[in-house]
Design a protein. Structure first.
Length: 176
């Protein structure tokens, strides 16, 4: 099963933090919904999931198999809750999915990356800068420096640029 880590980053490389004064870019939200629909699923951390539901983003995700990774919460109505990245992938494999979309939370992203469980990266770079923020941290010895191959890049509109990478595969770049 192919695993795809999806994130929106700022122009200076931080995770794009959204809130009432800086809502997420609609182009990035639409792109996430399209990727989630295509995969039929997504894996998310508990806090990110709670933020998604509080913002009213749940409607666009109807019919998608949502897997929440949490070490503290054991049950959330309407979704599957597991305790680790490996449990999330095992659940989706057992259901017959060909791809898993890893959607959110810096801790969750870093757990998947640190365990070598990511095949592809999709970064939507938003046209904003943030003075502080969360970063992707690859902090295990084997993943301190990792080459990636550009698969594709395209504009999503309104200044949002998407970069699509493969980890550990040599491919030819597709321009959209």
């Amino acid at each position: 099963m192919k695993t795809i880590l999806w994130a929106t980053l700022t122009g200076n490389g931080n995770y794009a933090q959204s809130g009432p004064n800086n809502p997420p870019k609609q182009e990035a939200l639409a792109d996430f919904a399209a990727h989630a629909q295509a995969a039929g699923n997504f894996i998310v951390g508990r806090r990110t999931f709670e933020g998604m539901m509080a913002s009213g983003s749940g409607g666009a995700l109807a019919g998608i198999d949502i897997v929440v990774v949490s070490g503290s919460v054991k049950e959330i109505p309407g979704v599957t809750v597991v305790g680790s990245p490996n449990e999330a992938l095992s659940y989706l494999r057992e259901k017959g999915y060909q791809a898993a979309l890893i959607s959110g939370g810096a801790d969750l992203h870093n757990a998947f990356l640190g365990q070598g469980l990511v095949d592809e990266l999709i970064f939507n770079v938003a046209p904003v800068l943030e003075g502080k923020g969360l970063n992707l941290l690859i902090d295990t010895k084997e993943y301190q420096y990792k080459d990636v191959d550009l698969l594709n890049f395209k504009s999503l509109g309104n200044g949002v640029v998407q970069l699509h990478y493969a980890i550990g595969h040599k491919t030819e770049v597709q321009m959209a």
